[in-house]
Design a binder for this molecule. Structure first.
Ligand code: FE2
Length: 263
């Protein structure tokens, strides 16, 4: 059995700052981490944490140091990929133990019974993401080298349209290239992502793909072309992906009702 805690879009800023002058994202992450630790006995052993991008909101060196302090109480290995708000150089430096020394921040880790693969979709200076030619080659070779080991494949930008126009406008520009590569993989695979700050489940070339919620904010599910652009300050949780002969993804949401009451 392997279990990966999947946190995304924490949008940490420098000490004393707020996201968009409004969100205390550090407080949101601190509370999420404390809550996860309070339910550790309930959810069973966790092998590692995956953070699927936008760890930082401002890309500052300080924000990565603050992020690391905030997740340290989990006392778990942390595996990160960049999102559109991240900056490669300070992120690479902050996570030098598992990120490559140069080039895109693509990596593969064998964790328990699975292969966890992280892909870099960041194009610095813009919201939309792209898998560079180098990243597509990395993915192709990682998938072709596979044995029967299940793959948890992570990227920040969803390889699917979510229906919210202003988010799809900053989506993955070459999702078709991604789909073509994963379509050739016939082993067990789950695709996971962030960016849209909400849980959404779909099918990508025959594999289940899931986006995770953000601890600090979300977006209204509004498909109208003229949907108001902006975020909602709703806090949420994260996902837990378990492999135990099959992938199972559980939403962990700290907003719970009272109880348990007897049936
Ligand atoms: Fe993002």
């Amino acid at each position: 059995m392997t279990a990966i805690l999947h946190i995304t879009d924490t949008h940490i800023v420098r000490e004393g700052a707020l996201v968009s002058g409004r969100l205390d994202s550090a407080d949101a992450l601190e509370r999420l981490v404390a809550w996860i630790n309070s339910i550790r006995a309930q959810i069973g052993p966790v092998d590692a944490v995956l953070v699927s991008g936008d760890l930082s909101d401002d890309g500052s060196v300080e924000s990565y140091a603050r992020f690391k302090r905030l997740v340290a109480p989990l006392d778990l290995p942390i595996h990160v990929i960049p999102g559109n708000h991240d900056a490669r150089a300070p992120m690479r430096h902050a996570f030098a133990s598992h990120l490559p020394a140069d080039g895109p921040l693509n990596w593969e880790q064998r964790i328990g019974g699975i292969r966890l693969i992280g892909l870099d979709t960041l194009v610095e200076g813009q919201g939309a993401g792209t898998l560079s030619a180098e990243s597509l080659t990395f993915l192709e070779s990682a998938l072709s080298a596979s044995d029967a080991t299940p793959v948890l494949l992570a990227l920040h930008h969803p390889p699917f349209a979510c229906g919210i126009r202003f988010m799809d406008d900053i989506g993955l520009t070459n999702a078709a290239d991604f789909r073509d590569l994963v379509a050739c993989f016939d082993g067990p695979m789950r695709i996971v992502c962030g960016h849209i700050h909400m849980m959404m489940v779909t099918d990508v070339a025959g594999h289940i793909a899931i986006s995770a919620p953000s601890p600090c904010s979300t977006f209204a599910y509004d498909r109208r072309p003229d949907a108001p652009v902006g975020f909602l300050d709703q806090r949420d949780g994260c996902l837990l992906h378990r492999w135990d002969g099959a992938f199972q993804s559980i939403r962990l949401n700290p907003v719970a009702g009272a109880g348990p009451f007897p049936f």
